[in-house]
Write a new protein. Structure first.
Length: 368
């Protein structure tokens, strides 16, 4: 595994018309550039990953990911990355634009397969639109069947690409141009329709986004000699919640809400109380695999609204800690979570401080 993935994310994105550089905008609950980085890591295909940004980001850097500052133009950023890895025994290099977050790992694998017998492999798509070319004052019809709209990631034999890049001082739109300018053969393979470039804000609307909602509810008795957990936070209190697990009613209601939005039955089906392996399990461990599979299936949490129903403890005292905990567990921002405390005016078991209940409304976005 001597291949390298280079993500170019140092551009200004002027056509996007935003105060925040395009590569940092929040897209499906993550910065735009992070989607490509995560896919490169998940593919397990690369010895090294180079992230080219407009400023240093030490948080992203680790043993596998190196962060470097790019140049003024795209070709300069690309050459900086190639210079960085020139002594790292890299065989093939994959160069990708941060503005294309929706490519698949399957595409990476098809590129790799075709690179075995080629020096350059480029994905492309065709157009359904009639296409014209303006030359001086004359409009010329083009045969759309012969037009190729190239995409990234583009992959190359490292030594060949580096040789061409070193002597290039012209603005290019992609590395395939270097091979074409040097009359080198390129293997073109079919790309992916979803792998379009996000150039303007209206491009974000190209997805067929649907919204789904789920309601979760849970209630547990308070018992002595048990720790109280609410939203993954240990709360100092004289009693804890009775249950097969730790009894965290906030996490249980969120799990039920997520399962409802996903149309996947309920928490009792997923974690039956008659199974010893789930006895005393932390509710955070019950939530984790559900959140992990959400994004893989194309779902992203939009927001969660929570009502914690109890007389004591008072929610306001622990609200910020609980929201921080939920933000970490759900991998969403704090402003996507609302937590309200409700009492029942001393009525019933909750009013007598013998139980705590919770209800949660979960909103998911699905990108087809």
């Amino acid at each position: 595994m001597n291949d390298c993935f280079i993500l170019l994310a140092a551009g200004k994105g002027k056509r996007f018309n935003s105060k925040i550089p395009k590569q940092y905008i929040n897209y499906k609950n993550k910065p735009l550039f992070l989607h490509s980085i995560n896919k490169a890591i998940e593919s397990n295909m690369f010895k090294k990953i180079i992230l080219v940004l407009d400023k240093k980001n030490r948080i992203m850097a680790n043993n596998k990911i190196s962060v470097i500052i790019g140049g003024k133009e795209r070709y300069q950023s690309s050459l900086k990355a190639l210079n960085y890895i020139k002594n790292k025994n890299i065989k093939n290099v994959y160069i990708h634009d941060a503005a294309r977050p929706n490519f698949s790992i399957k595409l990476l694998k098809r590129l790799k397969k075709n690179l075995k017998n080629n020096k350059a492999v480029i994905p492309y798509v065709k157009t359904e639109n009639s296409t014209k070319y303006k030359k001086s004052n004359k409009i010329i019809n083009l045969n759309r069947e012969k037009l190729l709209f190239t995409q990234t990631p583009q992959c190359f034999d490292f030594k060949t690409l580096y040789k061409f890049s070193k002597f290039n001082n012209k603005i290019i739109t992609d590395e395939a141009s270097l091979f074409l300018n040097n009359n080198m053969r390129i293997k073109f393979i079919k790309g992916e329709d979803n792998n379009f470039k996000i150039t303007k804000k209206t491009d974000l609307d190209k997805f067929n986004m649907k919204s789904f909602f789920g309601i979760g509810f849970d209630i547990h008795k308070l018992i002595k000699n048990k720790k109280l957990y609410l939203g993954g936070v240990k709360i100092p209190f004289h009693s804890g919640l009775q249950g097969h697990s730790d009894g965290d009613v906030i996490l249980h209601s969120i799990i039920d809400g997520l399962l409802g939005a996903l149309r996947k039955k309920d928490i009792g089906t997923l974690y039956p109380s008659n199974k010893n392996k789930f006895k005393n399990i932390r509710s955070s461990n019950m939530l984790s695999p559900i959140v992990k599979n959400l994004n893989k299936d194309g779902y992203y949490i939009n927001n969660i609204d929570i009502n914690l129903i109890c007389e004591k403890p008072k929610v306001s005292k622990y609200r910020d800690r609980i929201i921080s905990s939920l933000s970490n567990l759900l991998s969403i921002k704090k402003n996507q979570i609302n937590l309200k405390g409700k009492t029942v005016e001393k009525l019933g078991l909750i009013g007598k401080e013998k139980a705590i209940a919770c209800e949660a409304l979960v909103s998911l976005n699905y990108y087809a």
